[in-house]
Design a protein around this ligand. Structure first.
Ligand code: EPU
Length: 346
């Protein structure tokens, strides 16, 4: 167990923002973490858990001890008549895991292909794309409590998944309160891949692919290829242009609020939700305010998807945050809707 000092974080955040960790520990196993917590004073030290770094905006050097999760491993836990349970270490790259499941002929995660980040970070914000959310395939996870070193298991209900939300995003106000933000490190995640496999093709972009290619009954591998192609066409590759995916959540409004907005903005992109609320496309709202292609310093709004903020080269976290606030203000002034950021500002 080696704690490194003054570690550059630019390679470890998908925005590519320059910052350092005062101290950083690469966590490859539970034992690394136990050894750290056994050192005098370490249990009480402030800590910051870093997964794939694809959902953070660094606004300066990180003073807390950075726990860089690098726990490996992928395996089939159980192959039952109604589902296969697969498990991956929290440090495994998400897309590599999705690809591995398909290589093993275990379909079910194909709609979630190419989402940047790690397996351990995926439940934190309940990643979702093209009609599937992580919670639809989630079985359970193991995590370690950072103050005590105790390992515990959570099922889906205990994770309290919501749209881009889970118990890991909530900061407990006092001890015993709901929320595990900053309190726990996810070690391993298990997924339930139901049998028989059913394709999920409800998302419009996938239906378009089916029509374009004339393939009405695609295989899981075909859907995986379509999802990769759709993402590559509209989302910037973080290896080329720094970004953190969608910067804002899609807001939900009541039917009355939506009717009000439609009366003023007939073209607004909106989706009725099963619970009676209406989800609005944040990308459309930002686009309608004329932000596509605009910049603050080196932070910009991606030309092909207004929901994605990008690093045009050397952007600071401050520039990203300033741009995000300016977007929030103009969307609020025009539509009366407050956009909520998706990434965590550190
Ligand atoms: N739109 C515009 N202008 C834009 C962007 C979008 O008019 O600049 C319109 C599109 O035409 C479309 C609608 O907005 O009608 C929705 O756009 P899209 O299909 O690209 O999806 P999204 O709602 O913008 C969400 C997720 C993505 C996920 C896709 C596909 C959120 C915050 N984002 O984006 O997730 O890949 O759906 O399921 O829910 C992420 O979280 O990082 C992410 C990329």
């Amino acid at each position: 167990m080696i704690v490194e000092h003054q570690v550059p974080l630019q390679p470890h955040n998908s925005f590519g923002i320059v910052a350092r960790a005062r101290e950083l520990l690469r966590v490859r196993s539970e034992d690394d973490l136990r050894a750290l917590l056994a050192e005098p004073g370490r249990a009480a030290d402030p800590k910051f858990v870093l997964g794939g770094g694809s959902n953070i905006v660094l606004t300066g050097d990180v003073k807390a001890l950075v726990l860089k999760v690098e726990i490996p491993g992928m395996r089939v836990v159980e192959d039952g008549p109604r589902a296969v349970i697969v498990e991956a270490g929290a440090g495994v790259n998400w897309h590599a895991f999705v690809t591995w499941t398909l290589d093993q002929n275990l379909p079910g995660l194909e709609n979630l292909a190419l989402i940047p980040g790690s397996v351990g970070a995926a439940p934190v914000q309940n990643v979702g794309a093209y009609g599937v959310e992580l919670q639809d395939r989630f079985e359970s996870l193991d995590a370690m409590h950072l103050a005590t070193g105790q390992v515990f298991t959570l099922n889906a209900a205990q994770c309290a998944f919501g749209y881009r939300d889970s118990v890991f995003k909530h900061v407990p106000a006092k001890e015993g309160d709901f929320g595990l933000a900053g309190q726990a490190l996810i070690l391993r995640v298990r997924f339930r891949l139901p049998k028989p496999w059913q394709p999920e093709l409800s998302y419009l972009d996938l239906q378009r692919k089916a029509v374009e290619t004339g393939i009405a009954e695609p295989s899981a591998r075909q859907i995986y290829d379509w999802v990769c192609a759709i993402r590559r066409a509209k989302l910037p590759d973080p290896a080329v242009i720094g970004n953190a995916g969608s910067f804002f959540k899609n807001p939900t409004v009541t039917q009355d609020q939506c009717a009000d907005i439609i009366a003023r903005e007939p073209n607004i992109v909106h989706y009725p939700m099963p619970d009676g609320t209406v989800k609005l496309a944040a990308g459309w709202l930002i686009d309608a305010c004329g932000w596509k292609g605009k910049s603050v310093g080196q932070a910009g709004v991606y030309e092909k998807q207004a929901l994605v903020l990008v690093n045009r080269g050397g952007a600071t976290g401050g520039e990203v945050v300033t741009l995000a606030r300016a977007i929030q203000t103009s969307v609020y002034e025009r539509f009366g809707i407050r956009l909520e950021p998706e990434p965590v500002v550190v």
